[in-house]
Design a binder for this molecule. Sequence first.
Ligand SMILES: Cc1nc(C(=O)O)sc1CCOP(=O)(O)O
Ligand SMILES: C=C1C=NC(C(F)(F)F)=NC1=N
Ligand SMILES: [Mg+2]
Length: 538
Amino acid sequence: MVFDKQKVDYSLYLVTDSSMLPDGTTLYSQVEAGLKNGVTLVQLREKDCETKDFIAEALEVQKLCKKFNVPLIINDRIDVALAIDADGVHVGQDDIPIPMVRKLVGPDRIVGWSVGFREEVETLAKWGPDMVDYIGVGTLFPTLTKKNPKKAPMGPQGAIKVLDALEEFGANWCRTVGIGGLHPVNIGRVLFQCVSSNGKRALDGICVVSDIMAAKDAGAATKNLRRIIDQGNYHFVNLQLKNSAITQETFKSVLGQVALTRPLVQHVTNKVHQNFGANITLALGSSPIMSEVKDEVHELARIPNATLLLNTGSVAPVDMLKEAITCYNNEQRPIIFDPVGYSATETRRLLNDTLLSHGQFTCIKGNTSEILSLAKLTVEKMKGVDAFVGNVDEEMLSRATRIVAYTYKTVAVCSGETDFVADGTENGHFTLSNGPVKTAIDLPCVKINNGPISIMGDITASGCSLGSTIACCLGGANAESNVFDAVVTAVILYKTAGKLASTRCQGSGSFHVQLIDALYELFHANEPARWTASYRML
Ligand SMILES: Cc1nc(C(=O)O)sc1CCOP(=O)(O)O
Ligand SMILES: C=C1C=NC(C(F)(F)F)=NC1=N
Ligand SMILES: [Mg+2]
């Protein structure tokens, strides 16, 4: 009797590997430890093993699985699967074609397929619901376990593309597990970020090999993975993620916190912004450090109230940028990402996409063209969808800001004459399978305006320095105030200061100085009742 495939729990899927067993453990001891601590599906995967031995192993593993009522899947070897009456098989793109697999194993057995690309999803959707039951979506992150890797690591954004393809081609029956380099350090972010654009589908589970098979204590490793999956919350900052009503009290407390904590704001930024950003940070009662030294970033991230501003106009090497993201994520300290010129050149797009896949950002701030390209919205595409309904610009920009916030589960800021701030953090909440029903358009979004400040466009680093202002406000925030409030406060403060400075300056040179003075004055006065920028929840 084969396991009822409608009842399979894909949440924690163990794929075996006998080539990485620590001393004192066996394939069976690792599998049993996994089964005892929350593994819900097992795949026996032996790349080079005599068939006779494979059968013997499979029968042993099958006994263990039956004890825990967990289905057993055999990788690649259909003959072995049939010989022992396994619950299913898993094949890769270069293995026996799926229609033949289905013909051999019959309608009731579970059939899994390795998938990494939209075209492969299109194929399985065409075959219909009687063919592929689930797909392994990968390779998510670099891994040494798969010997001849054919696919470059796709990151969470690659997995989202596959989830979107399942929705696009209507393969609603098909379940999904993420695979490739998955460990406690990244499965929270994977489950948090990997949701289809329409909000209808998340991953159904996480698949691991080495995290359990190479663990000295496979039981503890499994328990840890189980705990992260079951808690359904990914906290990438030690601040509150759920937003409250935004009032002047909010602004007062955010600035009060900055004054109290004098946050360290590490700038990794472009040369033009360095000096100005440091002065903006000092004007806002915070402590700037302009360091691009890879070896010290782990120490800086540990300093209380440390916050990272990553502005990819910088020339810091990509491994330093990645290290900075990793360190601040590990310390659960905020990172503000300013993808300067996002996709203006192929080089920039590649760098920015690499960083966006590498870690979790608290805030992504860009100008209108950066946000539109991050949201993959072009005016043509928008015209088709929303042409001439209301103010195309506002509609387009608020939608783009919400899409970026949703895609990267971050607070997104689109800065221009009117600023938009959208909260995609979903309180850090994720669920398997059905995913959060919210889609981008449902996200909270604030519109901020203070009339035209044309001179803002005539100075360098005006956008970059909004990044510094956001970093200061996030740096001071604590578990009472929250991420969205702190970012909105920063944007309103900055727009107010910009307006004030524009009325006092004689030209772009004095505007720079007046902007620093205005921020200094507004910060130390901390009287939001006198701020001139208007804001409203859309
Ligand atoms: C078996 C396998 N398939 C992959 C794919 O991308 O299809 S990656 C992989 C190995 C995953 O091992 P680990 O959890 O140790 O990184
Ligand atoms: C290559 C593979 C890719 N994915 C999966 C699974 F996660 F199980 F779907 N198993 C494999 N053996
Ligand atoms: Mg910019």
